[in-house]
Design a protein around this ligand. Structure first.
Ligand code: SF4
Ligand code: SF4
Length: 309
């Protein structure tokens, strides 16, 4: 007989639950530089449009995130201990009208390999398998998401080099790589991001097969493959547009006005979901009532628009 797994101690369950209770969902106002290396255009579009329900993150995973934050402080201390001047932690990245955004871990002068060159700093902590992969292949190949983040950080601040410093959480080994600014890469990835920002409908994804490996752990799988209804916010309404100027500004064509963040989160009674996000067949449009009628996969008729108010 297989051994019966032991129940989790109540103390441990309580600790995880406390992490979960303290966790607040945060909607990124744009495409995060930490995700821009994601190969799926559709996933980035869903994220920008707040299409998916907020993720439920387990307490143990939240604890891992907090450990990662602590490692950032330790790696900063490491550099300062060897005489590197680290500054600018949490400076903001704002690109393409603020629709691409993030923060940096810092900038540094005095890096031993090139003491006079100002470097962007990117600090990461990794499990043993991930660390070995980084050591073997380097940042660009092993961690394309980190590479995109580093490149756009350099692009934002006009830097030519980055220091990518990683710690192995299993044995405290350190890995340092100096990464060169790649202007062609940045031009390509920003052009791609602009296409995604401007797309009125979800662009193509990496696969139409829900069992495809790259989709299995995607947080947008429910809306993408499982016919889940998108969140009710302005960002999935046909009347909303991301504006090019300012800092992640959006406007509403229905009411001819800019939209505050709070307005975007709640929407209004005139909300009309972008039809490509509805998993049904569009069978009618009533311009006077501002409604769209669908036949859903179960045969039911569903009217989106003013009648929902
Ligand atoms: S489920 Fe797959 S295709 Fe859909 S958004 Fe995620 S990665 Fe892209
Ligand atoms: S019509 Fe309403 S829900 Fe749609 S973008 Fe305008 S304010 Fe938002």
């Amino acid at each position: 007989m297989a051994p019966i797994p032991k129940a989790e101690a109540r103390t441990v369950s309580a600790i995880y639950a406390a992490y979960e209770a303290a966790n607040r969902h945060y909607d990124s106002l744009g495409i995060s530089v930490g995700e821009i290396g994601n190969p799926c255009d559709r996933a980035l579009w869903y994220g920008l449009r707040w299409a998916s329900q907020p993720e439920t993150i387990e307490g143990r995973k939240l604890s891992i995130f907090r450990t990662g934050d602590r490692w950032e402080e330790v790696l900063t201390d490491d550099l300062e201990r060897i005489g590197v001047d680290v500054y600018g932690s949490q400076e903001r990245i704002r690109l393409l009208g603020g629709h691409v955004r993030g923060k940096i871990d810092g900038r540094a002068i005095g890096v031993p390999e090139a003491p006079k060159t100002e470097h962007l700093c990117e600090f990461k902590s990794s499990n043993d398998a991930g660390f070995k992969e980084i050591v073997k292949k380097g940042c660009k190949e092993a961690k394309p998401l980190h590479y995109g983040q580093v490149q756009l950080g350099m692009h934002m601040f006009g830097l030519t080099r980055a220091l990518y410093l990683v710690v192995n959480k299993n044995d405290d080994a350190r890995y340092a790589e100096r990464i060169e600014y790649d202007i062609d890469y940045c031009a390509r990835i920003l052009a791609r991001a602009q296409r995604i920002i401007d797309a009125p409908e979800p662009p193509s994804g990496i696969s139409k097969d829900p069992e495809f490996f790259g989709c299995m752990f995607c947080k947008h799988k429910p809306v993408c493959h499982d016919k889940a209804t998108p969140r009710h916010t302005c960002r999935v309404c046909i009347h909303a547009t991301p504006e090019p100027g300012g800092d992640a500004h959006w406007s509403c064509a229905r009411w001819a006005k800019p939209l505050s963040i709070d307005e975007q989160k709640s929407g209004c009674p005139a909300h009309l979901t972008i039809p490509a996000l509805i998993h049904g067949e569009q069978i009618d449009v009533n311009e006077e009532n501002e409604s769209i009628t669908y036949r859903m996969p179960n045969g039911e008729i569903w009217v989106d628009g003013a009648t929902n108010a």
